[in-house]
Structures are given as C-alpha cells and as structure tokens.
Design a binder for this molecule. Structure first.
Ligand SMILES: [Zn+2]
Ligand SMILES: [Zn+2]
Length: 286
C-alpha cells in the first residue's frame, strides 16, 4: 500500500488545521500577540495534541516518516510515556504526557481521533525543538486499536470494526427470535451511544464477575447491556444505570432469587466504575 498521498506538501498553520476539525481556537488570540499572532501563541502552537471535551475529539500531530503499513492498514505505533520519560526538555515531556492522556481517552472512551500529518523540519533525538514545515489534516478518522498498560499504543487510520457487541447488535437471528426481540424492546428507546459507552467501559469483561465475554463469529466480544433500574420502572437510559454483564449474570439480574439485593450492589458497582474514569465520567449519556 502506497502512503505517498499522505505526504504533506503545503506549509499550513497548526491553528488553522485544528480549527477545521471543529475545535474552538479563539483562546489562541488570548495573549500579548493578540489575534494577529494567534497562530504562533506559544501556549498552543508547539503542542503535540489538542482536545475538546464537549465534542469528545482529539487532534494528534503525527510524523509522516513514522507511518507504516501493517496488514493493509496505515498505522502509527508510539509510546508517549517512554517519550515523556526520555524527553530532552520538560516542555517536551509535558507535551508527551498530555498526548498520552488524549490517547487514553480515545482508547477507553471512544473519542474521535483526527490526525495532522507533519513532515520536513529538522528532527534528531538530541534536538530540544523539532518543528514541521509541511502539514496536512487527514480527512479520514483514526482510532486507537490497542493501548497497553505500559502505554504502547497502536493508532490506525480508518474506522474500527466493532470490538464489543451486545444483545441488540446481533444480526442474523432467526426470524421468530427477531420478532420477539423487537416486541420486547421496541417500547423503550435505548441509546446506542450509551450502550457503546458501557461496552467500552467494560473492556469486554462482565462488570459483575469480571469474566471475559465470548468471541462471536464476527470477532467481536459479546456481553449484554442491562438497565439496573428497568426502563419500564422509570429507570434512566444513562451510563449510571446501565451495566455490561455476561449472559449468565444478566439472567440472574432478572430472575435470580436475590434480584433485589443484586440490583443494589450493581448500582454501587457502576457508581464506582464511573468514578474511576474521571474526569470524563460525565460523558454524555444522551
Ligand atoms: Zn458475569
Ligand atoms: Zn436486563
């Protein structure tokens, strides 16, 4: 696969590229240089990554020379924690750490990833500063394919195939089943964003027993999303009220002899889980 088409040829400004992703750049003008010099505001223009919490988007600067092709996909492998540790200067270290946090949000919370590809400039490992002189904003979305405990990250260009699915994502069920499923669920709207958030939160593991969901034929991991306080009982369709369970525990939540106690404990569990992923636990549920 040829990646030449991603080689930047124009001298574009970071601020303009960031702005065209929809991120608000009005604060760039908020320094002594004013609007005229906004694009060279040192608080922003040397950063490696940008993010917008309300839009749940991150923008990453990636070097063209570090792109590679793997299994037919354009990827970039990086470990920002290592870079932060070995950085030549503390601003570099801070920028790397910031980018690492952004990558974690993309990995765990499914934030949209946009990429500015940089080229040119002068870069060697001892330089305190490296600056690109050519850039382009990739029109394609990227996503974090994997992010390990030690910070090894694989970014992939394109859209992910679904990693996790639940009972509402299953296709090709026998007609009779589908009908029954429809009549069971059609009364209450379930937000796909909430389900997707919960599955992502679970990482593919039952949020009650910790057992990993099974792999389906499509390669996705299967768990079931469950409303702790039922929708039919005025329960809300929000991330505070939905949990990912293995099929066994899902049935138990509904039909187990201690369903009432189970419900209470599930609510506590979910509260803890949401707290543990602060500051983004207020991620939109609707
Ligand atoms: Zn379970
Ligand atoms: Zn349920």
């Amino acid at each position: 696969m040829d990646i030449e088409f991603l080689k930047p040829s124009d001298r574009l400004r970071v601020m303009d590229l960031v702005e065209s992703t929809g991120i608000d750049v009005s604060d760039w003008a908020n320094f002594k240089g004013g609007v005229e010099k906004a694009a060279s505001n040192p608080k922003y223009c040397y950063e490696w990554s940008y993010e917008d919490h309300s839009k749940q988007v991150i923008v990453l600067n990636l070097w063209y020379e570090n792109l590679s092709v793997q299994d037919g996909e354009i990827v970039q492998k990086l470990n920002l924690r290592d870079i932060a540790k070995n950085a030549a200067s503390s601003p570099q270290s801070r920028r790397a750490t910031k980018m690492d946090f952004s990558l974690q949000k993309a990995a765990r919370l499914n934030w949209l990833v946009r990429v500015i590809i940089c080229d040119g400039g002068r870069r060697d490992s001892n330089a305190t500063k490296s600056s690109a002189d050519r850039r382009l904003l990739d029109g394609e979305k990227w996503y974090v394919k994997s992010y390990t405990d030690s910070g090894d990250c694989v970014l992939v260009r394109g859209e992910p195939t679904e990693l996790f699915i639940d009972q509402f994502s299953i296709e090709g069920v026998p007609a009779g089943e589908a009908k029954k499923r429809e009549s069971m669920t059609s009364v209450y709207e379930r937000s796909p964003q909430v389900r997707s958030y919960i599955l992502k939160r679970s990482g593919g593991f039952c949020e009650w027993c910790g057992q990993e969901g099974f792999k389906t034929l499509s390669g996705s991991v299967y768990l079931e999303t469950h409303h702790i306080q039922p929708l039919s009982d005025n329960g809300s369709d929000t991330v505070d009220n939905v949990v990912a369970l293995c099929p066994n525990h899902h049935r138990e939540a509904h039909f187990g002899e201690s369903a009432v106690q189970f419900r209470k404990e599930l609510a506590e569990r979910v509260e803890k889980l949401n707290k543990s992923i602060q500051p983004t636990n207020n991620a939109s549920a609707d």
